[in-house]
Structures are given as C-alpha cells and as structure tokens.
Ligand binder design. Structure first.
Ligand code: CTP
Ligand code: MG
Length: 549
C-alpha cells in the first residue's frame, strides 16, 4: 500500500510540477540574471547621487504639484517628480533635478519660518507655501509630462496580500513572483531611504565633511519590503592621504571604544531629537551589542535605526545583495518564506526571542547553496581580486568577489520556484538543528561550537551566531511550523493538484490536523510510536486513494 501511495504521490507531484515548469519555463530559460548585474558600489553611488539632486516638498494637495513644478523649474531642469500621500492628508512631492547645483540654489533661496520657537535648519525637507497670485504659475503641460517622469499616488504602504490577486493565478511559482512584485521595496521607497540618510549626512557636513551616512540591511540588500524599516550607519571618514598638500587640519584624538560609540549615539540622538525636521520618537539604545538611535522620519513614514561605525553590516548587505541578484529564484523564495513567517506570527517587528528576517534569509540562502543555485562564500573569497579586499576598522576581513558576473556559469539546477519552496520546508522540517550549525561560508553544516537553539554562523564574523537570540521554545515552534508548511503543501498538491499561497499563510488548520491525528492514532494504537508528518501525509493519501477507487 505504501509503495502505491508513494508512487501515486510522485506521479501527481511530477504532473503538477511539469505543469508549473511550463508556466515559468521562459524564466529558467533566460540564461542568468547576472547579465544585467549592477555592482553594489555602483548601485549605492547612483542612489546617493539621485538623493543629492532631490528635495522632498510637502504640499497642501495634489493640485499644487503643477504650481510647485513651475516654481522649482526656475532653479534648474527637473528630471523626476513623484507624489505620495501619507496617513492623514499629508501630500509630498519628491522632486529630482538633473543637476545637484539646482538643489543648492533652491536651498539657498528657500526661507525659514519666522518664529523664535522654530530653529532654522537646512535640510532637503521643505514645505510649499501657496501662492497669493497664480499669475506666473503654469500648469504641467503634456509636453512637460513627456519630458519628465511624473508619477502620482505612489505606493508607500504594503498592500494587503489578500487583495493582490494571488488566488487568480494557477501556478504557485507565478503567485510567488506576484508576491515579490507587489511587496518589494519600490523605486520611490528606495529614493526616500537614501534621502533620509542624506538628511543626516548633510546635517553633519560642517563638522565631519568626509563622513557618509549609508542605508544598509533590507533597504539595500535586495530583500527589502515596501514600508520596511531603514537601517542607517554613520561611516567613519574615508581619508585619502594627500602628500602634496602642506596644510593639514588639526584634529582631536578619540578612541573607537564602545564607550566612545555609546557617547556618539547619545549625541546623535540629541541632534535628531532637537534639530532635525521630521525626526520624532527618538530613543537611544546605547546598551545593545550594536548601539543605535531609533527614530521615525515622519515625512517619509518609516522607522529608522541609526548606528555608528558598523562597517561589517554594510559589507553583509553587499553579500546579501550579490546573492539576491545571483539567480531570479532567490528573491521570490526569500520573500515567500519571510511572508509565511510573518503571517503565522513566527516573526515579529519588535526584536526578541523569535527568529528574525535576517536569520530566515540566511536559511533560505543556505538551502539554495545545497541546491547549487548559489555558491558558497568560500568560493567568492577564493575568486576575490585585489580590488575586492576590504578590512574594516575593527579588523574584520570582508574580502569576497564583488563582480560575480565573472563567476557565473549556467546554473544546472532548473527547479521551479514551487519545487524550491516545498524543498525548503522539507529540507528544514527534517534538519537536525540539535547537532548542526549552518555555515554559508562552507555551504555545509558544521558541528555546533556551543549550545544555542539555532546556530547560523555569521558569514563575516564567523565566531558569532546570527541567531543567538532564539529561545528553545521559539525554535520548537519554528520546527513545528516548518513541518506543518511541508504538510500543507504536500497534501494540497496531492489532493487538488494545485496550491494557493494564501493557504500557506493562513497557517495550519489545527482542527483538521487534530482529526487526522486522532484517526491515525486510532489506527496505530497498538504500535508504540508517535504520529509523524509522514503518517499524516500517507493517511491523506490513503483517503485520496479510497476516494478514487
Ligand atoms: N546584521 C548582522 N548580524 C546580525 C543582525 C543583523 O550583520 N546578527 C546586519 C545584516 O546586514 C542585516 C542588517 O544588519 O541585514 C539589518 O538587520 P535587521 O534590520 O535585523 O534585518 P534586515 O535584513 O534589515 O531585515 P528587516 O527587513 O526585517 O529589517
Ligand atoms: Mg532592517
């Protein structure tokens, strides 16, 4: 009986997967995503240039956009206009000029509120006073609209996944691609994140002219969602020695000790709280392993975490960015797994004893290494050239191949997204988390160096465990949910030959499971063993067989 079940199971799955494969064949046939791979440094550099050429202007309504366009055109030629609305009736227009000099002139000619209670601060965040006379304002003509990219009502809030039409698509792979398309961080979101970083960088320019504030984490690692938090880091000044100059700035000696970092965090917290427009709900978290200032940027509608001197995290973002762009299947798979974890409450926005998105992302990447879809990190390290060498100020070696388009050979594994999703759940549902630690560096498991419910070796600081925060209880919950997910997918594919992603996000139907468990327990009451996922699976197959005969 078991053999028949397994055979039927295989046939059904095979038939289903062939159908899916046909649907997205065009994707796997495109040789690889690396043909259009943009180097991380280039991507960051372009986005920073965009932010230097941009200002964000609050307007009273959408009707003011043409007036604003006409006013701003005086300062230089405009390249892009994006309009969005935040909760309440706040309308904002992100205006990008062709040239940075236009922004400088515009800021020079902008004025401050004449009120002794309001501190005059220069920043790229402004508001637009309605004109007493509309005589000089011209409406945005069709010609203007053709010359510039003009986009109104940009999405700033993640859509409800129940309303994006997942159920209309037969193919699970297509559903995963749609989920990615609808929830990934969009162009305006990325622009605003870089502008948020630029606000802080500019405010410190006078005293730290060489410092940069960079976004890192999911805002730039290609795994960011619309509305996800911004991680920012104030980088140490990059000083290029100039032997020809005979005048050298005096400076003060400061240590890079933890105490100094904590003091810097306090000072940054004060700066944000007291002087920078839009920054509210400022909290200094100086006791954390990586001290940060948490705040909200109200004009952008996002929460921000600002750290100092966390160069390793920037390199980590680049590593993830490389993997995210290595193959078209990586990002939809990561997004689906993260969404699944969020929908069934495995993850939580507040940090705690539960699994984080970062750990989940690394688990998916590790699984894709097992499938030989992405390389292990050692391969990237071995292939690094001189220009890839990076040693951080803290002495962490972050050297690895940056231009992976050089590395790529056609990936032999042509599994479809749905196969990989099921594969991910099955792989980790039976994974021995008790003895094994996960090393993306080797692309293999290693023995756990110390006890921890989940051990994922930090790819850049290999003596640290990325998932040290997870408690045994949360880990157990995670393992159960992995098994449940595998079961939901397998049983649905067997019974209906199709699968709706929303069923996975609903989580497990406990009543249905309990009923099946009860029936199986009844059947195997004489044997002295626990009910396994396989039992549940075989049982659903038995019922299906009964139905068919
Ligand atoms: N990071 C790290 N080691 C950790 C935690 C975080 O190196 N133990 C780095 C990673 O580069 C990570 C970034 O810090 O991407 C930001 O962490 P976090 O905000 O927790 O994760 P994100 O990847 O930004 O995901 P999310 O969208 O949930 O914020
Ligand atoms: Mg983050």
């Amino acid at each position: 009986m078991n053999k028949t079940c397994s055979l039927r199971r295989l046939c059904n799955l095979h038939e289903y997967l062939i159908k899916q494969h046909r649907v997205i064949r065009y994707k796997s046939n495109t040789c690889n995503d690396l043909n259009s791979f943009v180097l991380y440094d280039k991507f960051i550099c372009e986005r920073r240039s965009q932010s230097k050429c941009s200002v964000l202007v609050q307007v009273s309504s959408e009707n003011s956009i043409s007036d604003l366009y006409s006013y701003c055109s005086k300062f230089g030629s405009i390249k892009n206009i994006f309009h969005y609305q935040l909760a309440g009736s706040n309308h904002f227009v992100l205006t990008e000029f062709e040239d940075q000099s236009a922004v400088n002139t515009l800021l020079d000619q902008s004025t401050h509120v004449k009120d002794s209670n309001v501190i005059a601060v220069r920043s790229p965040f402004l508001w637009f006073r309605s004109s007493a006379s509309k005589k000089n304002s011209k409406l945005l003509s069709t010609d203007d609209k053709l010359n510039i990219s003009f986009q109104t009502n940009q999405t700033m809030i993640e859509p409800n996944i129940k309303n994006i039409g997942l159920e209309k698509l037969d193919s699970l792979s297509d559903q995963m691609l749609l989920l990615l398309k609808c929830t990934q961080l969009n162009d305006i979101g990325t622009r605003l994140r870089f502008l948020t970083a630029m606000q802080i960088e500019n405010s410190l320019k006078g005293i730290f002219p060489l410092s940069k504030v960079l976004p890192f984490g999911s805002s730039v690692n290609s795994f960011g969602k619309i509305g996800s938090d911004i991680d920012l880091v104030l980088m140490d000044s990059e000083i290029k020695e100039n032997k020809t100059s005979r005048l050298i700035y005096h400076g003060k000696c400061v240590s890079n000790s933890r105490t100094q970092i904590q003091r810097n965090i306090e000072i940054l917290g004060d700066l944000l709280q007291l002087f920078l427009p839009g920054c509210s709900r400022v909290k200094r978290i100086s006791q954390a392993r990586v001290p940060i200032v948490k705040y909200s940027q109200d004009f952008v509608g996002v929460e921000c975490d600002l750290a100092v001197s966390n160069e390793t995290a920037v390199n980590m973002s680049e590593l993830l960015y490389i993997f995210g762009n290595f193959d078209y299947r990586v990002r939809p798979l990561v997004f689906t797994v993260k969404m699944w974890a969020r929908e069934i409450n495995l993850t939580n926005d507040t940090p705690g004893r539960w699994i984080t998105n970062f750990s989940l992302t690394l688990l998916v990447l590790f699984y894709l290494q097992q499938e030989k879809i992405i390389p292990d990190i050692q391969t990237l390290v071995k292939q690094a050239s001189n220009s890839d060498v990076r040693i951080t100020n803290e002495g962490i070696n972050c050297t690895f191949l940056r231009d992976v388009s050089k590395l790529h050979k056609d990936v032999e594994n042509k599994k479809t997204l749905d196969q990989l999703l099921l594969g991910f759940f099955e792989y980790f549902a039976t994974f021995d988390f008790n003895t094994n630690a996960i090393s993306l560096n080797f692309g293999k498991t290693i023995n756990k160096p110390e006890y921890s419910a989940l051990y994922i070796v930090n790819p850049l600081e290999v003596h640290f465990n990325v998932s040290k925060n997870i408690s045994s209880e949360e880990m157990e919950r995670f393992r159960i949910e992995l098994r449940n997910a595998a079961w939901i997918m397998e049983s649905s594919l067997l019974n209906t030959n199709s699968f709706n992603l929303l069923d996975l996000f609903k989580g497990f139907d406990v009543n249905k499971k309990n009923q099946i468990v009860f029936e199986i327990q009844h059947q195997i009451k004489n044997s002295n063993r626990l009910v396994t996922v396989k039992d549940l699976f075989d049982d659903s197959q038995t019922q299906e067989d009964k139905r068919l005969t």
